[in-house]
Design a protein around this ligand. Sequence first.
Ligand SMILES: NC(=O)c1ccc[n+]([C@@H]2O[C@H](COP(=O)([O-])OP(=O)(O)OC[C@H]3O[C@@H](n4cnc5c(N)ncnc54)[C@H](OP(=O)(O)O)[C@@H]3O)[C@@H](O)[C@H]2O)c1
Length: 384
Amino acid sequence: MGLPAKQIRPVGPTNLRLAPRRVSVCLLGCGVVGGELLQQITDQAATLAAEHDTEVRLVALANSRLILVADAGLDPARAVDWLDGPLPDGVRRYENTPSARDALLRELAQRPVPVLVDATACEGHTALFQRAVQRGIHVATANKKPLVVVNDRVEALSRAARRHRRAVRFETTVGAGLPIIETIKNLRTTGDTVRRIEGSLSGTLGYLTHQVSVGVPLSVAVRQAVEQGYSEPQPQDDLSGADVGRKGLILARELGLRLELDDVEIEPLVPSDLLEIDDVEAFLAALESVDDRFARRVESAAARGRVLRYLAVVDPSAPTPVRVGPVEVDRDHPAARLRGTEAFGALQTRRYDPCPLVVQGPGAGGAVTAAGLLADLLQIARRG
Ligand SMILES: NC(=O)c1ccc[n+]([C@@H]2O[C@H](COP(=O)([O-])OP(=O)(O)OC[C@H]3O[C@@H](n4cnc5c(N)ncnc54)[C@H](OP(=O)(O)O)[C@@H]3O)[C@@H](O)[C@H]2O)c1
């Protein structure tokens, strides 16, 4: 039986405004990615408030030397200038020491929906993440390094996050803003089995191999990647394959494989002796010595109808489940068609068979990575 007409209330737009959901952010790192995230928080503030009743409030910001904190929040458009310049009222500045970071976590934990955002390339943040979640703070990281330490510690972090009902989100660690990790999680939680992942997971190496294939000397292409902020802070990390190796390990662990970084087979893009040069400028200069050899390798592949690319393969049933390195692929291979910093991940699964599920798009750069971090923050805001 239907309701009498007078009891039916029209449903539609109202002037009712909800109290905004606030996420309280402590941002570690304000370089290429962190700087862009601050810009996006500034640019999106009005839209997030008007259309999503959400406020992303920056309560602390750090670089390698200093930490800024403000009870009423920092202006994300100006905070970087305050790291070294005169401080406005209400903003406190500390040296970035282990005890200051602990005090920061204590303070952050008091705020609504606190989130620690890691946009650094630091080693050693696993313990910081663990202390954060134990205090009730969510974590969103673009930094892979805390997630590729020994299994026991990463599993302890996941257990602590589950116990304290906190999120540790790390979508941007593989493929920058591309939804590769979320897609794998969704496939697995809905009962699918991922049988193999093949990907060009480094926007930087994709960019370099493409540039070289159109005739740009390798050393010039690497310099461009550094200048445009595509590469890791130390480009050696990209060319050694170490960064792709970390991504391969993160994906393998996402599939439930209990592997360590040493289990990943990594073939560098350039000879290992060059990679021992620490100084970035000296490394870039030394790379010129392999320009000709590299160009000949690419030309020889092209003469055989092949294209040089740098791929990662995760295959749980293979004797070496994670392998990364330079490979020659046919011209019609998805990796051969990538341009600029495009990356792709092809997921072969029980359901996506024989055609894999493919995620593809720009896989490096401050804008897309920061957007991925902001999306992680907004996911956290939604769950509260
Ligand atoms: N760039 C990309 O396209 C991209 C894509 C995906 C993921 N990522 C990841 O994002 C992270 C950041 O990359 P990026 O390109 O933005 O690097 P970046 O430009 O070198 O910036 C790193 C920032 O971290 C700060 N920092 C270093 N140690 C710190 C500490 N102990 N506490 C707080 N801040 C600290 C640095 O401060 P100082 O200036 O004082 O040294 C700097 O502001 C890396 O882990 C990278 O792998 C980058």
